[in-house]
Design a protein around this ligand. Structure first.
Ligand SMILES: C[S@@+](CC[C@H](N)C(=O)[O-])C[C@H]1O[C@@H](n2cnc3c(N)ncnc32)[C@H](O)[C@@H]1O
Length: 398
């Protein structure tokens, strides 16, 4: 076994408590009755990650771990949505409403018993945090967080506007189902050109996220989702799924965690630099960058210790003649001499200012006495700012 696999195995078996509670067993039975095939995997409690899926025996690469047929998926209830004038609501609102409406059915109750609670969301999702800790989020999180809140608000309003149709619900309950759908849904595209929808898949929803290169293979087949081992597994290893090549900012806003540590280091991470770089560009350069679609979206990439291509282009707009700049933009190479060092010299002092801001936030996180219940928010923020400091230090050679 490779040392990475040994580490992974140790992590899973040392830390995991088999989730042997009755409700997991009941959920497995209920899932099988609906045609879910459960291979040598089971739910386990993993410190810091809630539940996850771990192997119960060795599994060879290419073998099936799970199969969830379409009939076992939870789908939006279109007749109900039409009845409540929600046929035009967003896919997320539709699925959340349908799940909320089905919440008292015996099947949903068995499934729901395996889900996180509303308190878990309260603790982990920045959209639910009080201002005191939200003010300490990195600036790059402002925009995605505001966007998420707008989406939620629109979804809630579309539901409230249909309230005359007589369905008894309250906002807190809807927000819970909305958060469930937000963190546990898949896109399902049925065959023969029928329209796709957001769905929930029993058992696959136990899987935690891993960065690019750590996921099993989740394949959409004509009749369901199939999960295959992408490598050989020892017994007791956690099976991860990649929710997308997400940086930690996105994971935090959307799913309420950041990846840290060496075992599941986030190679998809980036440190966003818009707030750091944009004020340093002249009005003319900003206009030029907007014209070519390169205004904003700048990042430092910790895994390779490089600035992303957009940043390379944008900073060159400040440093080079128009000809030289356009040449680089077209082929990613400098017309004459390599300008990498000049770009780094331009960016370095700006990164140091950002670092100073990070240290200020870390001081606040260290010294202020926060209310009980905010421990997770505070430690997650600390982790994120420390990641930012260490990425900047690596790049600036501090
Ligand atoms: C699809 S669920 C996975 C199962 C979940 N852990 C549970 O207890 O039900 C997604 C949620 O799991 C948690 N999660 C997923 N991947 C994680 C990871 N690598 N580290 C920490 N938490 C993770 C986050 O709370 C996320 O919103």
């Amino acid at each position: 076994m490779s040392s990475r696999a040994t580490k992974r195995k140790k992590l899973a078996s040392a830390a995991a408590t088999l989730a042997g509670d009755d409700y997991h067993a009941a959920f497995a039975i209920w899932s099988r009755e609906r045609g879910v095939e459960i291979g040598n995997v089971t739910a386990a409690t993993l410190p810091g990650r809630g539940l996850g899926l771990i192997t119960t025996a060795t599994i060879a690469k290419g073998n099936r771990m799970l199969f969830v047929p379409a009939r076992a998926m939870f789908m939006p209830d279109m007749p109900l949505l039409k009845k409540h004038k929600l046929a035009q609501a967003s896919p997320q609102a539709q699925l959340a409403f349908s799940a909320m409406a089905a919440s008292k059915t015996p099947g949903m109750q068995i499934w729901q018993a395996t889900w996180p609670t509303d308190e878990d969301f309260e603790r982990s999702l920045p959209m639910r945090w009080p201002v005191q800790v939200r003010d300490l989020l990195p600036p790059s999180i402002d925009q995605p967080l505001r966007r998420q809140e707008e989406d939620y608000r629109k979804d809630w309003l579309s539901l409230r506007d249909s309230a005359s149709s007589g369905f008894p619900f309250d906002e807190q309950l809807f927000r819970y189902y909305w958060s469930i759908v937000n963190s546990r849904s898949f896109h399902w595209k049925p065959p023969k050109g029928r329209p796709g929808s957001m769905v929930m898949c029993p058992f696959i929803d136990y899987m935690n996220h891993g960065p690019t290169g750590t996921s099993c293979d989740i394949l959409q087949r004509p009749n369901g989702y199939e999960v295959l081992a992408e490598r050989d597994y020892e017994s007791g290893e956690e099976v991860l799924a990649t929710y997308g090549a997400h940086p930690n900012d996105k994971l935090l806003v959307h799913y309420g965690f950041v990846l840290s540590g060496t075992i599941v280091r986030n190679i998809d991470d980036d440190v966003r630099l818009d707030q750091t770089l944009l004020p340093a560009f002249s009005t003319e350069v900003r206009k030029q960058l907007r014209d070519v679609g390169f205004l904003g979206g700048y990042a430092l990439l910790p895994a390779s210790n490089e600035l992303c291509f957009k940043t390379q282009v944008a900073v060159r707009a400040m440093l080079l003649t128009c000809n030289e700049w356009e040449y680089f933009m077209g082929c990613g190479e400098d017309l004459t001499e390599d300008q990498g060092k000049a770009v780094a010299s331009f960016v370095r002092p700006l990164l140091r200012q950002f670092r100073a801001q990070a240290i200020e936030k870390l001081d606040v996180l260290q010294t202020v006495k926060f209310e009980t219940g905010l421990e997770y928010a505070v430690s997650t923020l600390r982790t994120r700012w420390e990641q930012i400091v260490s990425a900047i230090d690596a790049f600036t050679g501090a």
